[in-house]
Design a protein around this ligand. Structure first.
Ligand code: RTP
Ligand code: MG
Length: 155
């Protein structure tokens, strides 16, 4: 029996509230996702309470931008996406670009944060940074989604 290796990776992407507040923007983002050959496996609209932001951004508690980060992320509905491709984590992070939009505009002007990001904190997008965080973050937004079962189904 041949061993079929699953070559696909999952990542968790967020289109933050500023993107979702402007109806003209999400279609442009979905176009960019498509042209980067990232598949949308699942998609959900989310509205966070303060405590949800606190859970997701626990590692940033105490930093100078923490309060404004939580205020931003609870300011309105946003979109959570599970994306897949052979190299989904790096592909999505490459597409969104550097954390800080002002730097992105100088160094990587074609990235989504360069194009749409507003400030260092209001930077419009999130992407998981490893397989482990992707699995945890997918679990937070899509508790019904079984990451391991999905990988098995791909084989
Ligand atoms: P993310 O986790 O959202 O993909 O972004 P990241 O790794 O590029 O950035 P990280 O350092 O993990 O920060 C998480 C989010 O906090 C906000 N932030 N504001 N100097 C600031 O004002 C500042 N630095 C970070 C951003 O919304 C960032 O995505
Ligand atoms: Mg991060």
């Amino acid at each position: 029996q041949p061993i079929l290796k699953n070559t696909k990776q999952l990542t968790l992407a967020l289109l933050k509230p500023d993107i979702c507040a402007n109806a003209a923007l999400p279609p442009k983002i979905f176009e960019a996702i498509k042209s980067r050959n990232l598949d949308i496996v699942k998609q959900r609209q989310v509205l966070w309470k303060e405590e949800d932001a606190g859970t997701f951004y626990a590692e940033h508690k105490g930093k100078f931008f923490y309060q404004r980060l939580c205020g931003y992320m609870t300011s309105g509905p946003f979109q959570a996406l599970i994306l897949s491709s052979p190299n989904a984590i790096k592909e999505w992070r490459a597409l969104i670009g550097p954390t800080h939009p002002v730097r992105a505009r100088i160094n990587q002007p074609d990235t989504l944060r360069a194009l749409y990001g507003l400030t260092d904190t209001r930077n419009s997008f999130h992407g998981s940074d490893s397989d482990e965080t992707a699995k945890n973050e997918i679990g937070l937004f899509f508790p019904e989604f079984d990451v391991d079962a999905w990988h098995k189904e791909q084989q």
